[in-house]
Ligand binder design. Sequence first.
Ligand code: TYD
Length: 136
Amino acid sequence: MSDLKDLYRLIELPKITDSRGNLSFIEENEHVPFEIKRVYYTYDIPSGAERGGHAHKKLYQFLIAIGGSFDVILDSGKERETVFLNNPNVGLLIKPGIWREINNFSAGSVVLVLASDVYDEDDYIRNYDNFKKYKL
Ligand code: TYD
């Protein structure tokens, strides 16, 4: 089984600062190690909500706290860690085969997700016991 540390990575993005504010950008296969096939975002998240609660078989994802902050709980089936995202120029790369839960959203937080493929429900494992079996 892969170590949890091999399954995720924080990536610092370019940040161009001038008197008008900051600008960051992301290019496929440059700042993220995949072709970006889909972008989605979650917003208007009520306090106390939990999102995620699934793993992917093949999908790579890159999460950014475009606004606000939240915790991402990462679980390899063996180890569990929490990564706090609150910086629009730092993204979290999540490789396939990792269970994730997202919670502790601040008011007004926005989660931007870049994904390596289009939406495919067959790529999801939405039950933790099934995830544990999948990882055996
Ligand atoms: P869900 O996987 O529960 O979101 P999260 O991982 O943020 O908790 O997805 C919520 C609904 O949106 C679910 O019915 C599937 C649908 N959906 C799409 O249709 N396309 C997408 O790209 C995504 C991410 C979800």
